[in-house]
Unconditional design. Structure first.
Length: 229
């Protein structure tokens, strides 16, 4: 069997407010295989975003093990963690976070240039992804000229631009109406599967989660496949 793209063991995270300690993650064990798309369900405040921040190496303060591509993140320097985020991970947030002064194509080109891709290859890759997401005629439009669904599709293209083994998505359609959410999520699933990336997708939407390969539920700081609320 191939190496898991993501593996956590005993992952914990606590926050202290005054004299009170709040245990958000209480020992999360999670394994995601290459190409597997996993839905992460849980009520508001259950720690879904905290878990994504942990495995996305976006902040410290966590206990336990996080392995990405078999590499233990705790053993890495800050510079090495930054390189791992750049090389191994793609991110899609609830809000698109596109650069407002750059058009759709440039928003997908820039991460590739930072990654070291030649300009011509980055432009070709951006065009390919945006075409596949139905944005071929919108590539030269800035975010302010795009609809919410179009902006989020650009964000999906940006996340996949460097062909990361793992995509982390935090309520990627949470700001969209139901019909647009369905279209954007269908495009996200289709393209992620076509690219061969794995994904961990936090969502409140049971219908969307049911379309993924597997669903885990976060409750009382731990994960389980059969938990209900």
């Amino acid at each position: 069997m191939s190496e898991p793209v993501l593996q956590t063991a005993g992952l914990k995270r606590s926050f202290t407010q005054g004299h009170v300690t709040i245990d958000v993650l209480r020992g999360v064990d999670l394994t995601i295989q290459p190409g597997e798309i996993v839905g992460l369900l849980g009520p508001s405040g259950s720690g879904k975003s905290t878990l994504l921040q942990a495995v996305g190496l976006l902040e410290g303060g966590f206990e336990g093990s996080i392995k990405i591509g078999g590499v233990e993140a705790a053993n890495l320097s800050q510079h090495e963690r930054t390189e791992m985020r750049r090389d191994m991970l793609g991110f899609v947030y609830q809000f698109h976070h596109l650069l407002p002064d750059f058009d759709a194509s440039e928003n997908v080109i820039l991460p590739q240039l930072i990654h070291g891709a030649p300009r011509g290859e980055a432009e070709a890759r951006a065009s390919e992804l945006l075409e596949r997401l139905g944005l071929g005629e919108r590539m030269d439009h800035r975010p302010s000229k795009l609809s919410g669904g179009e902006q989020q599709r650009v964000a999906v293209a940006r996340a996949l631009a460097n062909r990361p083994p793992l995509i982390l998505a935090d309520e990627p359609t949470g700001n969209l109406d139901e019909a647009t959410s369905e279209r954007v999520f269908a495009a996200f699933l289709e393209l992620t599967r076509a690219e061969g990336s794995a994904a961990l997708v936090a969502t409140h939407n049971e219908a969307l989660a049911a379309r993924m390969d597997r669903v885990v539920r976060l409750h009382d700081g731990k994960l389980g496949p059969g938990l209900t609320f």
